[in-house]
Design a protein around this ligand. Structure first.
Ligand code: GLU
Length: 515
């Protein structure tokens, strides 16, 4: 195992080509943890040298996602730092300087081959069953010929002159020693004809210039690392330590893709996942806590994290587990925090805010308390609590209690039960002040009252609860009935019962006429 000197400098180097990928956040979390654990620095570097894939706004989204997850960075395009600029498109002169050095030392050469020729070479080599890389035609060009072509304005790229013999070795912190025969390594393009560096050149130059000590990145880059090692050698630099993390997989073990799972981390935010749950979930992927714990905070993760416990098998992205974890976190947070998040992240409909969440209105917290146990995602809140703020349409036939959709009472019995409920509840006072005869308008007393009535009517309490639930919440499934009625208040609950009786009576009349 590679020793980790302290403090380390790590980086996340996103290409701004689209939405911030959850896999990238996983890599960011591990880089962040390594830097924070050792008192080092965590950098953000924007790798925007592929102008054809550049997406405006992608950098902002990436930084937003990092900030949302609390993965704070010490240096980056937004906060600056001593080794900037932190966008590769602003560092072109630096790459040019290093390319000139590589050309003068013979570690690189200019290539004038056209795209058509390269495609043809690839095809021919493929047919012959050999390597599909470049055939190194321009590597043999005499310096005068190069000058002539340049003078004639021919477009050129710059390629790495990979040694034709020997092998390249490096130690991967996750996979151990890796050795590659140089003859299998392509003469990689370093500088494109548009003057932009390729990823390989820019990444090596910047990791060196930015004094990155640990390159922790996704496994898909492991195949490029021998080229990078050769480049470090050619430039006379010591390479950093490399750690290649296994790729996150779909349950069928294919590479995590948005066709099978949402991969935009901001999608999870819109769906009402908590940042705590996202970092917890990512921290669980491919890394196990020493005591096997599954629910842990970012700080707990930080205290325990070790690159030595990152495995080599691709962790499976288990959406069900993710949802479960989110529910766990919704319950873990203090009530006030859940309420504040719901509001801040826009999960509370306007009607609810107006009615229950105004200054001095304690109702909102009480509603959140009822929901906290039940939510898996914050986005479920609005729908599950919509009936608090407004009366929702429902089929009056649902007032008749039913088991597995078979009515357990007749409509006539139901109507008279609703009427009895109405008058019994109307006798209950609005507050717990105890000035009136009936029980106070609070959950326990209300339940007691309804239970007593059920007995008098010869109804099962569950049946009477069902009719009352539909009348008051307009839904067959709701938050706990009596707590809900307590929050709705006496007046509103009674109005809803009145409406139920009225609608139900009309329905019965209609039925009787048509029967
Ligand atoms: N720009 C590369 C990416 O998008 C960075 C790879 C690396 O970390 O070296 O993943």
């Amino acid at each position: 195992m590679i020793e980790t000197p302290k403090p380390v400098r790590t980086r996340i180097a996103p290409s701004p080509t689209g939405e911030p990928h959850i896999g990238n956040m996983y890599v960011a979390l591990l880089n962040w943890a390594l830097a924070r654990q050792t008192g080092g620095q965590f950098l953000v570097r924007i790798e925007d040298t592929d102008r054809t894939r550049f997406v405006d706004g992608a950098e902002r989204m990436f930084l937003d996602a990092l900030a949302w997850l609390g993965l704070d960075h010490d240096e980056g395009p937004d906060v600056g730092g001593p080794v900037g600029p932190y966008r590769q498109s602003e560092r072109l002169a630096i790459y040019e300087g290093e390319v000139a050095r590589l050309l003068s030392t013979g570690h690189a050469y200019r290539c004038f081959c056209t795209a058509e020729r390269l495609a043809e070479v690839r095809k021919q080599r493929q047919k012959a069953g050999g390597e599909t890389g470049y055939d190194r035609l321009c590597r043999g060009l005499a310096p005068e010929d190069v000058q002539k072509k340049l003078a004639a304005g021919e477009k050129a790229t710059v390629r790495l002159a990979v040694p034709l013999e020997g092998e390249t070795r490096f130690e991967d912190g996750v996979r151990g020693p890796i050795t590659v025969r140089n003859e299998t390594i392509d003469d990689q393009v370093l500088l494109k004809s548009d003057g932009y560096p390729t990823y390989h050149l820019a990444s090596v130059v910047d990791d060196h210039a930015m004094r990155i000590t640990h390159v922790v990145r996704a496994e898909e880059w492991i195949i490029s690392t021998p080229k990078h090692i050769l480049l470090y050698g050619a430039l006379g630099w010591n390479p950093p330590q490399f750690f290649h993390l296994p790729l996150i997989r779909n349950p069928d073990r294919s590479k995590l893709s948005k066709r099978k799972n949402p991969t935009n981390v901001l999608w999870y935010r819109e769906q009402g996942y908590l940042a705590e749950a996202v970092t917890n979930f990512l921290g669980m992927l491919g890394h196990s806590m020493p005591d096997g714990r599954e629910v842990f905070s970012r700080d707990e993760f930080l205290a325990q994290f070790s690159l030595a416990r990152v495995g080599t098998t691709g962790p499976v992205f288990d959406m069900e587990k993710f949802e479960w974890l989110n529910g766990e976190w919704i319950r873990r947070l203090p009530l006030e925090k859940v309420a504040a998040r719901l509001k801040a992240e826009g999960f509370v409909p306007k009607a609810m805010l107006e009615k229950f969440a105004g200054p001095g209105a304690p109702g909102f917290l009480a509603i959140v308390r009822l929901m906290q146990e039940r939510l898996k995602k914050l986005s479920e809140f609005a729908d599950a609590t919509a009936f608090f703020a407004e009366r929702l349409p429902y089929d009056p036939a649902e007032l008749v209690p039913a088991k597995k959709d078979k009515p357990t009472r007749t409509p006539a019995e139901t109507l008279s039960a609703l009427e009895r409920l109405r008058s019994a509840l109307a006798a209950a006072p609005a507050s717990a002040a105890g000035e009136a005869d009936g029980p106070a308008w609070e959950a326990k007393a209300l339940e007691e009252l309804v239970r007593v009535l059920a007995e008098e009517l010869g109804w099962k309490p569950a049946d009477l609860f069902m009719s009352l639930r539909v009348a008051v919440t307009c839904r067959k499934v709701s938050t706990p009935l009596f707590e809900t009625m307590e929050i709705l208040g006496r007046e509103e609950s009674l109005v809803r019962l009145d409406e139920a009786i009225e609608n139900f009576g009309a329905l019965r009349l209609n039925n009787e006429v048509t029967e």
